[in-house]
Design a protein around this ligand. Structure first.
Ligand SMILES: NC(=O)c1ccc[n+]([C@@H]2O[C@H](COP(=O)([O-])OP(=O)(O)OC[C@H]3O[C@@H](n4cnc5c(N)ncnc54)[C@H](O)[C@@H]3O)[C@@H](O)[C@H]2O)c1
Length: 378
């Protein structure tokens, strides 16, 4: 052998299936980059948490997922409540900065990325400040309250050449991945109807999530996950949205009690989702009909599959893919994108579509008619 250089040898690319597999492709791209001398940056991507709330300990969760991802590191946190800063000092000792004001955290030179974990009405304004300060942003769901906010954030990220990604961690949930797998194998034929929902009967509680001015409304919470799932499963362009919001019982809070959206796609798929605090009986989490079968799933560790794909009826249970490491897989992709230029899996444009649907559903409900979405709303 002569000269100096790096050789990467991959021996398993012998069938088309392998070449089409996203993980093999990314391995190949990494091998090419490494053999041609690409080096990783000297330091990890330094992340600051904006919001360290007590409701679900999401700040602590994000710090754990970030620190479990080689190439990323939590270096700072900020929460307006001093008590939450004290909690972070105990739970995340040794950070370079603990702040009660975003401007102080943004003034840190050695901060690359902010994770925005704030109530929904603060998603857009605080993200815009982070982008303006030159920081990449990971934003918790939902992207924002209105489409105009989504457009402003996307424009700012483009102008500054920064990453803006949404924390759609539930794309890695076991039941959703299992459903996608069953659908992509053709076991229920062509999907034409998707029905899903969640909720129950009871006062939603006195917290910011029930305050429409802060939360955006009843569909901005779980709806962000369900609508993202629907858009990924349905595939086509959205053509029409019908929404229905009901306010009948819980007048001590401003969120709607019940919200429904029916989405039509240009490939003929119709999806119907509702979220409710006044549904005394529920519907299954998922009911998906295809030309050769159907899937039903209800939060358990298996899904019911009926398939006529082989010509005869088969009914069985498919175990849900476990364990699910969605949040760390999400951050793995963020690191791969920022450090190695790999494709970002959850883009701001995808997240905008979710807000577009909720916005159209609210308009439709107010108008009492379906709303058509013009070309461009893919
Ligand atoms: N992806 C998921 O699975 C998941 C789960 C739970 C929550 N979330 C999302 O996380 C976000 C936060 O929800 P949460 O449950 O952590 O709420 P929370 O009420 O527990 O926390 C919000 C925190 O923001 C702080 N805050 C408010 N205004 C601030 C400001 N101007 N500057 C700094 N800090 C400020 C508050 O002091 C509070 O500690 C929401 O978008 C929610 O939908 C996502």
């Amino acid at each position: 052998m002569q000269g100096q250089g790096r050789v990467a040898y991959l021996a398993n690319g012998h069938s088309l299936d392998v070449w089409r597999h996203p993980e093999f492709r990314s391995l190949l791209i990494r091998a090419i980059a490494w053999s041609s001398g690409a080096e990783l940056p000297a330091h990890p991507i330094r992340c600051g948490l904006l919001g360290y709330g007590p409701a679900f300990n999401m700040g602590r969760g994000h710090a754990g997922w970030i620190n479990a991802t080689p190439g990323l590191q939590t270096v700072a946190m900020c929460d307006a409540q001093p008590a939450r800063v004290e909690a972070a000092k105990e739970e995340l000792p040794g950070l370079a900065g603990y702040f009660t004001d975003l401007d102080q955290m943004l003034a840190m030179n050695d901060l690359d990325l902010v994770v925005n974990i704030l109530p929904h009405n603060l998603h857009a304004p605080m993200t815009l400040r982070c982008l303006e300060a030159g920081k990449h942003v990971v934003l918790e769901k939902p992207f924002c309250i209105g489409v105009d906010e989504a457009d402003a954030m996307i424009a700012k990220a483009c102008e500054k050449g920064l990453m803006l990604s949404l924390f759609h961690n539930r794309r890695w949930d076991g039941d959703y991945l299992t459903i996608r797998d069953v659908v992509s194998r053709g076991l229920i034929g062509e999907v034409f109807h998707i029905e899903c929902g969640q909720g129950g009967y009871g006062h939603p509680g006195f917290w910011w999530r029930s305050d429409k001015a802060i939360s955006g409304g009843v569909m901005h919470d779980w709806g962000a996950h369900f609508i993202d799932w629907i858009l990924n499963l349905a595939g086509g362009k959205i053509t029409q949205v019908m929404g229905d919001f009901q306010k009948r019982m819980w007048h001590s809070v401003t969120n709607e009690d019940h919200g429904q959206v029916v989405i039509r796609f240009d490939n003929g798929v119709v999806a119907d989702y509702w979220t409710s605090t006044i549904s005394a009986l529920g519907r299954p989490k998922w009911l998906i009909l295809g030309t050769k079968g159907a899937i039903q799933a209800n939060w358990g560790d298996e899904i019911t599959l009926v398939s006529y794909a082989s010509g005869v009826r088969h009914e069985g249970k498919v175990p849900v893919k476990l364990p699910s490491y969605g949040s760390t897989q999400y951050y793995r992709n963020v690191a791969d994108h920022l450090l190695m230029g790999e494709q970002l899996l959850v883009t701001a444009e995808q997240a905008r579509r979710v807000i577009l649907v909720i916005d159209a559903a609210q308009r439709s409900s107010a108008l009492g008619t379906s709303v058509s979405l013009a070309d461009g709303y893919e």
